[in-house]
Design a protein around this ligand. Structure first.
Ligand code: ADP
Length: 491
């Protein structure tokens, strides 16, 4: 036993001298403080956390029983041994009832006394260890409560025993919905993925984890998950990777779409150039012109794709500059329709019309961005129209601004796709089963440009009947006679 410290209390100075000497003989490393009264003992107890207190029961002023009661308040964990007079059984019983660890009768049987004191000291030691471990456990529990990673404890019956706040935040599932329930019921898809999740037998500095999908409350969640076995089950730690995953998917979609979209015009240009270069065939003037037109047309397409990618990037980075200038709306709309008409190519049977109930007076805004929105919408309307279809661009004043509506009689868009089509790179028919290509950036750009201009784009559509894309912009009329100067701002 090392560094043990006890307090000996007795009003008899002879005993205060004799007893420590006897104890030191039998117990190594023991430090013994003495007090001649209960009052002095309580003062010492307040200062020092003793391993045990030994006190005479009969003392003037405040007796051993009173000391015992007060010592329990000051140091609840410190064991108190009381020394009773010979045959004072009632006092001994009172002492034990009052919470004394043991009592020793006079004349003191030294062997019994030392054995009892050693047990008391040992008990105090264990108590302290338990308290320290409890504090450690509480600290760990607090740590788990404040961790960013989800932590879940699953017992041998596969029931969830612990669910930290991060697990709640990541999944949206509250502890009451989870605790005590089978993990397979709580997390749909668990049984299917659990085989892929690495579970080690001890924590490692570089744990491996698996990235797996889970269906939580109807939404797909991608989490990276690993487990460590413990006696009664497995503790799992997980992180939410849904956003990273979506970003990765977006990146792959970007590469797939863009490379496909670039390859098509490039191979057309390459084919035309090769044909024009051939010396073994005699190309007449008209054929050469047609091939050159294809080259020019495909080059325009390439430059539009690259332009769209750059614009989407500018929008994402918040680096788009908006210009405030006067826009002659009717002229701008007519130009857009003319430009589209000129590039109809083999879709020339499509009828492009403009409908303006009343002349629209000039407004202030960014003409280029408005042109870009309308070009994208009309381009789509043509692209997704059947041969001979009608595409109409309507302009009308609405709620202190202007409403532009582009309608077609094309294949339409299913209801569940109508919000998704505004997403970046989103295409309803990515595998081109309908043979119409695109980057999936057009509508994303339209929506973002309209937003930056304080407006919005919406769609109404019926499959097989056609679609109408509506752009509402808060474009205010330019004051008559006043030329709006070109002012730019970043949006
Ligand atoms: P892209 O046309 O390059 O694929 P968009 O962002 O312009 O990309 O359009 C996204 C998707 O929305 C298209 O793939 C298409 O399926 C659908 N879409 C857009 N406009 C129309 C339209 N007028 N009619 C039918 N579908 C359309």
């Amino acid at each position: 036993m090392t560094d043990v410290r006890i307090l000996l209390v007795d009003d008899d100075p002879a005993l205060l001298e004799a007893l420590p000497a006897a104890l030191r003989l039998r117990m190594e490393h023991i430090q013994i403080d003495t007090a001649e009264s209960a009052f002095e003992a309580l003062d010492r107890l307040r200062e020092t956390d003793y391993d045990a207190v030994v006190s005479d029961i009969k003392m003037p002023g405040k007796d051993g029983l009173e000391l015992l009661m007060e010592a329990k308040q000051v140091r609840p964990g410190t064991p108190v041994l009381l020394i009773t007079g010979h045959g004072e059984h009632d006092l001994a019983v009172q002492a034990l009832r009052g919470g004394a660890y043991d009592f020793v009768q006079k004349p003191i049987d030294r062997d019994y006394f030392v054995a009892s004191l050693e047990r008391a000291i040992q008990m105090r030691r264990l108590d302290r260890q338990v308290i320290a471990q409890q504090a450690l456990l509480e600290q760990h529990a607090r740590l788990l409560e404040h961790m960013d990673n989800g932590v879940m404890l699953v017992d041998a019956n596969h029931d969830v025993l612990y669910w930290n706040p991060a697990a709640h935040a990541i999944t949206g599932l509250a502890p009451v919905d989870v605790l005590g329930r089978p993990v397979g019921k709580v997390l749909a898809g668990w049984d299917g993925i659990i085989g892929e999740v690495p579970v080690s037998s001890e924590p490692s500095s570089s744990p491996r984890d698996a990235t797996v999908p889970l269906d939580v409350g109807g939404r797909e969640l991608w989490i990276s998950l690993s487990g460590v076995e413990f006696d009664g089950g497995v503790v799992y730690a997980f992180r939410n990777l849904t956003e990273e995953r979506a970003l990765d998917e977006l990146k792959s979609e970007f590469v797939a779409t863009v490379s496909h979209e670039l390859r098509t015009p490039l191979s057309a240009i390459y084919g035309c150039a090769q044909t024009l270069r051939r010396s073994d065939i005699d190309l007449d003037e008209a054929t050469s012109q047609r091939l050159l037109e294809v080259v020019a047309h495909e080059c325009e397409r390439l430059s539009r794709i690259v332009g769209d990618i750059l614009l989407a990037n500018q929008l994402d980075a918040g680096r788009l500059r908006l210009v405030q200038e006067e826009i002659e709306v009717d002229v701008l709309v007519a130009e857009v329709v003319e430009e589209m008409r000129a590039s109809l190519g083999n879709r020339e049977s499509i009828k492009l019309e403009v409908s303006m109930a009343e002349p629209v007076s000039p407004v202030v805004g960014d003409a280029d961005k408005l042109r870009q929105i309308l070009l994208n919408l009309v381009d789509n309307a043509v692209k997704y129209s059947p041969d001979g279809g009608r595409v109409v661009v309507r302009v009308e004043p609405r709620d202190g601004g202007l409403r532009f509506a582009v309608s077609d009689e094309g294949l339409g868009i299913a209801h569940n796709e109508q919000q998704r089509i505004f997403g970046k790179f989103y295409r309803v028919d990515p595998n081109l089963t309908r043979g119409v290509g695109g980057t999936g950036l057009g509508l994303y750009i339209c929506r973002e440009l309209a937003r930056r201009m304080g407006g919005r784009v919406s769609v109404s559509s019926r499959e097989g009947e056609g679609s109408t894309f509506v752009v509402d912009l808060p474009l205010v009329p330019a004051l008559a006679g006043e030329r709006a100067s070109a002012v730019s701002r970043t949006a």
